[in-house]
Design a protein around this ligand. Structure first.
Ligand code: CA
Length: 224
């Protein structure tokens, strides 16, 4: 389970990350609304813990943009006080739950568990785009009964592409999300996996293609 924490109070963000990691979650923490939005847009998180009062862009705006872009990741909003106005705005913008600061660890974990469980129940285990479906349980890519298995890295790349169809995803983003910031992987490793994925798309005779924006990154196209 991968969780994104967007909280500008560094001490709180670190405490949250620590608690979640101790409970076996995989956590990324960012400290302003701009970063929060760009991380959340990857669609790779199982839950987002989003503070409302944030520098650069507030949490409600981040949430509105996410929902407009069809990113359905469950969002737990953090409110500073029990502010009714914030809660109404948040619900209107597509928040799944609220937690009022200060909160106790047990309550936070219970909310996160509920949100990630709900996701599993409501959202299917596959992403679709054009004529293809990417299955999150079997790591396979399919089109009308034709299947190909993907390796973990291929799956992660395809998941990012299909969660953000027609949007350019820079190579750096793949590296950050899949290999991590500290990795010394070369950009051409991403190219290698993209070429594997293209072969697999053509193996199932899909009309969906992975397009290259030269020197920048990749995006998913087709299926119209
Ligand atoms: Ca704040």
């Amino acid at each position: 389970m991968k969780i994104l924490v967007v909280e500008d109070e560094i001490a709180l963000a670190e405490a949250l990350s620590e608690i979640l990691k101790r409970n076996k979650y995989n956590v990324d923490a960012v400290y302003d609304g701009d970063d929060g939005l760009s991380y959340a847009m990857t669609g790779i998180y199982d839950c987002i813990i989003l503070d409302i009062m944030l520098p650069k862009m507030n949490g409600i705006d981040v949430l509105r943009i996410l929902r407009r872009k069809h990113i359905s990741t469950p969002v737990l909003l953090l409110t500073a006080k029990s502010e009714v106005e914030d809660k109404i705005n948040g619900l209107d913008s597509g928040a799944d739950d609220f937690l009022t600061k200060p909160f106790i660890t047990g309550e936070l974990l219970a909310r996160v568990r509920a949100l990630t469980r709900r996701k599993g129940e409501v959202i299917t285990d596959q992403f679709t785009f054009g004529d293809i479906a990417l299955n999150k349980t079997t790591f396979s890519l399919s089109r009308e009964g034709q299947f190909v298995k993907l390796s973990l890295k291929e799956f992660q790349i395809m998941e990012m592409l299909i969660a953000n169809p027609r949007q350019l995803i820079p190579k750096e983003r793949f590296i950050e999300k899949i290999w991590g910031y500290e990795s010394d992987i070369e950009y051409n490793n991403v190219e290698v996996y993209i070429s594997f994925l293209r072969k697999k798309l053509s193996a199932i005779e899909s009309t969906v293609t992975i397009r290259t924006a030269r020197g920048v990154g990749y995006f998913l196209e087709g299926g119209d």
